[in-house]
Design a protein around this ligand. Structure first.
Ligand code: NI
Length: 170
């Protein structure tokens, strides 16, 4: 079990679009296992590879945080191919700890990806699953959830974070 440090807001790796995964080999399986361990330890419901400093198009989601078997989704080269509806809910991020904000997201999302065994898959997610799919896919494109905030709300978070960073608490 390897729990890796999670990169925080301000780390350039979070701003860089990730590279597609071309080969599913032992090294990738190890990376996946480390990502799952890190997500469960955090604890979180989703993690993108660049959040542990690896700029590859790979994410894991488990809404049960390891509590219920069969709920772990390992998504290689994920793409959102369809969305329906719209809903505003609170959202947070392991890379922006201790903040939550209301963010508008689609209510239903269809994700196309490859699983860790190399099978092409498509999956509809709803509610929190749809939100996690959007949030983690955003990460892989170099986007953070705070980027969806506008004006004062966004300024407020950025200001608080730079204050924390200046006092060495970020
Ligand atoms: Ni996040």
């Amino acid at each position: 079990m390897t729990v890796l440090p999670i990169r925080k807001y301000g780390d350039p790796v979070l701003r860089c679009p990730t590279e597609r995964v071309e080969v599913i080999d032992d090294e990738l399986q190890k990376l996946i296992d480390d990502m799952v361990d890190t997500m469960y330890a955090a604890p979180g419901v989703g993690l993108a590879a660049n959040q542990i400093g690896v700029s590859r198009r790979l994410m894991v989601i488990d809404l049960s945080v390891g509590k219920r078997p069969g709920e772990l989704h390992v998504c290689i080269n994920p793409e959102i191919v369809a969305t329906e509806g719209e809903v505003r809910e609170e959202e947070g991020c392991l890379s922006v700890p201790d903040f939550v904000e209301e963010i508008k997201r689609p209510e239903r999302v269809k994700l196309r990806y490859r699983d860790r065994h190399g099978n092409d898959r498509e999956m509809w997610g709803q509610g929190l699953m749809a939100r996690a799919m959007c949030h983690e896919t955003d990460h892989l494109n170099g986007t953070l959830y705070v980027d969806h905030l506008r004006g004062l709300k966004r300024d407020r978070i950025v200001k608080k974070i730079s204050k924390l960073a200046k006092s060495g608490m970020w």
